[in-house]
Design a binder for this molecule. Structure first.
Ligand SMILES: [Cu+2]
Length: 669
């Protein structure tokens, strides 16, 4: 978004004259390939699937051990792309010398209470497949550094894969890298050891890259994979039929594929048509530039990156064949910056590739989020279209958001859909109408036929499109129908799930924090975190590398109040801890004055209980409570040489924000 970018002031919503990022070829037909599933059995008609890692269970008795390589490979993500797409990613090398690479692979399936150990080997080539901006702190130290972060994991800090614990193929490491000192002193250059205790309940996590200065690029290039933790309680729910045995993972991402018209991009990245494209020019028409600054570099980071094509489980615009019965969908928003407001509609009669937004499909029963099962199932059945209210200055009016199932980057949803009443032969579209950026929106980032912005030339049946995510094709039943009904599942889960939220301890707010937008030394918009303490330059914002201010005693419980002084909603992700949302409130963001101006609103029903990524809306603050306990591990964990404690981070999961520089250390002592 283009904003006023005044220090400390609430942003306003000016629209620039920028053009769309509709660089993807326009011949990508929608819903011509099946959704890739897990393992070779889940391969689609073009051979795409998400590999599943196969553990060595004898090397470390009582633990699952994996060897994971990080490397470059190619996959054809849509049959009409001119070439296969260059990707970076993880490959399972536990039992083979040639790593098995596949987009979003390898998924790791772990059991609660049984540790996972990983030796990761960095085999990346020296040049990145995306444009690297070396003015971003850390990026000057090489384009092929990686750090494996288990997102959602309750792990010792030396295995957290934080930004300053990167390692490259040559033996260079980040200044806090102690991965191997305890776990594998004999590790070779280019290797790093990780230990995950899995002292957590069942949930969908993911492991992805977190290297300082290139996290956004590495994740977009493909260095990300699911981590599925199971436990006995989940098994009981499954055995009672309350969780359908037919399970569909959906990892939602937006991408742009290079169409061959940007020679400068080719020169910088060596890309061919069909490769991934990432914005690399800071366009003054699109974003504010502060005066009297250093000249804008090329390549440059951008404030936030939205793309024009939906990729699900590594396939462009897939369809899924379903039977008229219940399915469990496990959804992860793995996008850089795009939010999704998920709704399910029957397809249009004339254009079965498009949604008829007046013909709602079956309800969603949400049973889990990124922290595992909810205290109670939540029925989302109204297919609520996105809406929000803005005042005459264009500022969001707190408390006015409306949506169905909203997923910000890194948020997850575990939902049950009952297709049993959908006629055989019918088509349904998983549909999204969340604005980008959220919640103010810029039509240039919203790709669909009929967009009033004439630079968007989407036609029915083809990309670019960011509204039609997946087409469900309902076939006929094979085998017996479900033994229990959707209503029985709902009632059964309502009885089995704990029913009440874990207690929210009403103590005093311990820390007041701020989300800020100002400009860097190149005049570019920069998103940063800070406290409510005003600094010498009049801002509240600090850089990631500034000394830690969030230093917490191990085992303590704290309430954090986070004020948003910017125009965007930020999904704030906590390493180490899960939090409970106490509520959201309005404050005077323009002055600013850090005090509630109205009573707090409670969290949404599907935010009750534990969360690990929380949305902080513009002109609002959020109160969250967390207990800062550390995991038990069978070895001594040395303190970080950078901060002297157990060093984690918390940050915005809009990846361009995180990188520049909306991230701060979280140190537990
Ligand atoms: Cu952000």
């Amino acid at each position: 978004m283009k904003t006023a970018a005044m220090t400390g002031a609430a942003a306003c919503f000016l629209r620039g004259n920028a053009w769309g990022y509709a660089n993807s070829p326009t011949n990508l037909k929608k819903f011509v390939q099946h959704l890739p599933g897990l393992g070779p059995d889940g391969a689609n008609e073009y051979g795409l699937y998400i590999p599943v890692a196969s553990p060595n269970t004898t090397q470390f008795p009582g633990a699952d051990y994996y060897k994971i390589a990080v490397g470059q490979y190619r996959k054809q993500m849509h049959p009409a792309l001119a070439n296969s797409t260059r990707l970076w990613g993880y490959g399972d090398a536990t039992k083979t010398t040639v790593p098995d690479f596949g987009y979003l692979g390898p998924a790791i399936v772990a059991k609660a209470g049984r540790p996972v150990r990983i030796t990761a080997t960095n085999n990346l080539p020296s040049s990145h497949i995306l444009p690297v901006d070396t003015t971003i702190c850390g990026a000057e130290r090489g384009a092929n550094r990686v750090a494996v972060h288990l997102h959602g994991g309750f792990v010792p800090w030396i295995s957290d894969g934080g930004p300053r614990t990167w390692f490259d193929p040559y033996g260079n490491v980040g200044e806090c890298f102690l991965n191997n000192q305890v776990l594998n002193p004999g590790a070779l250059p280019g290797q790093a050891e990780y230990y995950y205790p899995n002292q957590q309940s069942a949930r969908l996590m993911w492991y992805h890259d977190h290297a300082m200065g290139t996290t956004r690029l590495n994740a977009y290039a493909g260095i990300a994979a699911p981590y599925i933790l199971t436990d006995g309680f989940e098994n009981v729910l499954q055995s009672k039929g309350y969780l359908p045995s037919r399970e569909i993972p959906l990892v939602l991402q937006d991408k742009t594929f290079y169409d061959g018209r940007d020679r400068q991009y080719e020169r910088i990245t060596g890309a061919q048509p069909g490769d991934l494209w990432y914005p690399y020019i800071y366009e003054p028409d699109r974003w504010d530039v502060a005066p009297n600054c250093l000249p804008l570099p090329v390549p440059s980071c951008v404030p936030e990156a939205f793309f024009d094509t939906i990729v699900v489980n590594g396939a462009v615009f897939p369809y899924v064949k379903v039977e008229p019965r219940m399915y469990r969908l496990r959804i992860l928003n793995g996008s850089q910056a795009r939010f999704y407001n998920l709704q399910l509609y029957y397809a249009d009669n004339k254009y079965p590739t498009e949604a008829n937004v007046n013909a709602p499909g079956p309800a969603f029963l949400q049973v889990g989020n990124e922290s595992g099962f909810l205290p109670a199932p939540v029925l989302l059945n109204k297919n609520t279209k996105f809406s929000a209210q803005f005042n005459t200055q264009g500022d969001y009016i707190p408390g006015t958001l409306k949506f169905n199932l909203l997923l910000a980057p890194a948020e997850r949803a575990d939902i049950i859909i009952d297709f049993s009443r959908c006629p055989s032969g019918s088509r349904l579209i998983l549909y999204n109408d969340a604005p980008a950026p959220f919640p103010s929106g810029e039509p240039l980032n919203d790709y669909y036929p009929g967009n009033p912005d004439l630079t968007i030339k989407s036609k029915p049946g083809y990309g670019p499109n960011t509204r039609t995510l997946v087409q469900f094709q309902v076939g006929s039943l094979t085998g017996a129908p479900d033994e229990i009904t959707f209503q029985q599942v709902q009632a059964g889960l309502a009885k089995m799930l704990p029913g009440v939220a874990p207690a929210r301890l009403h103590t005093n707010v311990v820390r007041e924090l701020t989300l800020n937008e100002d400009s860097d030394s190149y005049g570019r918009l920069i998103q940063r975190m800070g406290t409510t303490q005003q600094l010498y330059d009049g801002t509240y914002a600090r850089n990631y590398m500034d000394p830690a201010t969030e230093v917490v005693k191990a085992g303590s419980t704290e309430i954090w109040r986070i004020f948003n002084l910017t125009g965007d909603t930020h999904p704030i992700h906590f390493h180490l801890v899960n939090v409970q949302i106490i509520g959201r409130g309005a404050f005077d963001a323009a002055t600013p004055s850090f005090a509630p101006v109205a009573p707090l609103l409670p969290p949404d029903l599907n935010e009750v209980g534990w969360k690990e990524t929380v949305r902080v809306n513009p002109c609002e603050f959020i109160d969250v409570i967390a207990n800062f306990a550390l995991p038990n591990v069978p070895f001594k964990v040395p303190p970080s040489p950078c901060t002297g404690g157990n060093e984690y981070v918390y940050h915005c999961h809009i990846l361009d924000h995180e990188e520049h520089d909306m991230m701060r250390p979280l140190v537990v002592i």
